[in-house]
Design a protein around this ligand. Structure first.
Ligand code: MLT
Length: 323
């Protein structure tokens, strides 16, 4: 009987180390088959997932022996953490380990949009030499707005600050004397003010009932004319039809999306716009972040199975069931 079920692709030295201690069932495509997943989880004490395995209340019930669910990543929208908590199961996650990688991607997207790097690359490779067509804008002296000022928002803003940008932040959980805001000399403002003033809006919100659909037609209308919009957080906080309209009518200067309301998305009009950059949810996909995430989640799963508290747990650090 396996001790640990891994239902998505997670590899490396940390997983090898898990294998040396425990019986690990590694089924990286199992997340696609909820029936088989529910069957496989029945006898396991730990389940390790990324963001694609739907850890629903019924999967939690099916995992009768589960003591820990390890979410290799930061977003918890695919895990019913309440159901797990009610069942006495620890949900461990890796809140900080991929933050630098996501922040670096967001900054890369900003520069790519401001200087038309992907479009200029495509044009030049097709044999052209259109220097004037790709006249961009400096980000120096412009205003960078983070919507959601957690670890990733902070690290992104810190990098934007290094480019000489002014920082605005919107986050209902922070107060103006927050040390991170002070360090960045950032102004804490309401969302409407941020949208009206920022030249670049970078979204760093989790997906919750309060944030789903937050960027709708009215919010895009409220943005500064020609502003750039970047989303490396969760796709469903943005209404894609509203974003498309704001790009088509010229309200926005460009958009970069690493996350979509449906992943993978269907090819549509966004894919055809030259001022849109799309990437396949790769914010956390660097060798460094993947190593850190795998190490952290394997460590916490091992700790719980060994009877120790998880270092990064959502509700409870020790299971109510014997490990
Ligand atoms: C995260 O939530 O950690 C990132 O979106 C990456 C992922 O889910 O794998």
């Amino acid at each position: 009987m396996p001790d640990i079920l891994i239902s998505e692709a997670i590899q490396g030295a940390a997983v090898d180390a898990l294998r040396s201690r425990f019986d690990v069932l590694y089924q990286p495509a199992l997340w696609e088959s909820p029936g088989a997943l529910a069957k496989a989880v029945r006898c396991c004490r730990a389940l390790i997932v990324r963001n694609q395995t739907p850890v629903t209340a019924s999967l939690v019930v099916a995992g009768k022996e589960l003591v820990v669910i390890g979410r290799a990543g930061v977003g918890l929208d695919n895990v019913d953490t309440r159901a797990a908590d009610d069942a006495g199961i620890v949900v461990a996650f890796t809140p900080d380990q991929n933050a630098i990688s996501v922040a670096e991607l967001a900054i890369g997207m900003m520069l790519s949009l401001a200087r038309f790097i992907p479009a200029a690359d495509r044009d030049t490779k097709s044999g052209n030499w259109n220097r004037h067509r790709f006249t961009g804008a400096e980000v120096y002296g412009k205003t960078f707005g983070i919507v959601g000022a957690g670890k990733i928002g902070y690290l992104t803003a810190r990098r934007a600050k290094a480019f000489g940008m002014r920082i605005l932040a919107c986050d209902p959980f922070l107060s103006p004397d927050n040390t991170m805001l002070c360090e960045l000399q950032a102004e804490l403002v309401e969302l409407d003010e941020l949208l009206a003033r920022a030249d670049v809006v970078s979204c760093h919100l989790p997906s919750t009932p309060l944030t789903v659909g937050m960027f709708d037609a009215a919010r895009f209308r409220a943005m500064k004319s020609g502003a750039l919009f970047i989303n490396t957080a969760r796709g469903n906080v943005v209404s894609e039809p509203a974003l498309l309209e704001a790009l088509k009518n010229g309200r926005l200067g460009g958009a970069a999306l690493d996350v979509r309301s449906k992943e993978p998305p269907q090819i549509g009009e966004l894919e055809a716009l030259p001022n849109v950059i799309l990437t396949p949810h790769i914010g956390a996909f660097t060798h460094e972040a993947q190593d850190r995430v795998a190490t952290a989640i394997c460590r916490d799963v091992t700790r719980v199975l060994d009877g120790m508290p998880a270092m990064n747990a959502v509700h409870r650090a020790v299971p109510a069931r014997p490990a």
